[in-house]
Design a protein around this ligand. Structure first.
Ligand SMILES: NC(=O)c1ccc[n+]([C@@H]2O[C@H](COP(=O)([O-])OP(=O)(O)OC[C@H]3O[C@@H](n4cnc5c(N)ncnc54)[C@H](OP(=O)(O)O)[C@@H]3O)[C@@H](O)[C@H]2O)c1
Length: 215
């Protein structure tokens, strides 16, 4: 699949390198052509497969799937720079708001959909970039599960493939209206992690979750 990435930072690097290695065609993009080209060259060397660099509009036009991987501060400007090429495309939203300024009434995934007219799938926002660099992310013998929130069946199918290409397991998280819950979860968990708490320890295993028990 052709994957355009809006962004040439850590998340673009971690995810895009895996996908290039898995045989996808990848183009990264940023504000500074020299920085994007340097990133693409490092990814090419790491993946053993060519990664291209371009402008936001070029990466948006290149991708059958377009990954939105920029800081919130640059989000609107980036989407505007990519322009109309994003309309109707599968868009993977990995963004998070600054946890200190998180506003539950303002979903970045919803904003991306409204601004672009693309088919947004929220994914990959719950784990630190170093987790996405792992080959593969497996903890206690279990592959990392990646929840996806989106409405469009074709976009969801494409993102499930991209999750599997990382060695992870896709999990149905419901429609795009629930993406704000993934955003809130990230804000909450990041607060715990940075406070030194083991966020994984706050949830019981499935057997003790209360699900699947007779009423
Ligand atoms: N890092 C993580 O652990 C992690 C984990 C999950 C989700 N996320 C989310 O993923 C997104 C990308 O994170 P990242 O770690 O890849 O960030 P990063 O390394 O700082 O890269 C940010 C990218 O955003 C671009 N950008 C465009 N306009 C910008 C502006 N006004 N200010 C800052 N950057 C701007 C940068 O362009 P240039 O190349 O021109 O600088 C760069 O390509 C963010 O929304 C973040 O919250 C991050």
């Amino acid at each position: 699949m052709r994957i355009g990435i809006l962004g040439a930072g850590g998340m673009a690097d971690a995810l895009g390198t895996h996908w290039a290695r898995a045989g996808h065609e990848v183009m990264v993009s940023g504000r500074d052509p020299g920085r994007s080209a340097a990133r693409a060259a490092r990814m090419t060397a790491a993946a053993g497969a060519e990664v291209r660099a371009g402008s936001f509009a070029e990466a948006g036009g290149f991708g059958e799937v377009v990954v939105v991987a920029v800081r919130e501060a640059g989000l609107l400007g980036t989407l505007q720079a990519a322009g109309a090429v994003l309309r109707g495309k599968a868009l993977v939203d990995v963004t998070n708001a600054n946890p200190q300024e998180f506003d539950v009434t303002r979903s970045l995934a919803r904003l991306i959909g409204d601004v672009t007219g693309g088919h947004v799938v929220k994914a990959f926002n719950l784990c630190h970039v170093d987790v996405w660099r792992m080959t593969p992310p497996v903890f206690d013998g279990r592959p990392l599960a990646v929840p996806l929130c989106g409405d469009d069946p074709d976009a969801l199918a494409a993102v499930r493939t991209l999750v599997a290409d990382l060695g992870c397991t896709p999990v149905d998280g419901g429609g795009l209206g629930r993406a704000v819950l993934l955003e809130a979860t990230a804000a909450f968990m990041i607060g715990l992690w940075f406070g030194g708490a083991d966020a994984q320890a706050v949830l019981p295993p499935l057997d003790s979750s209360g699900a699947h028990q007779p009423a």
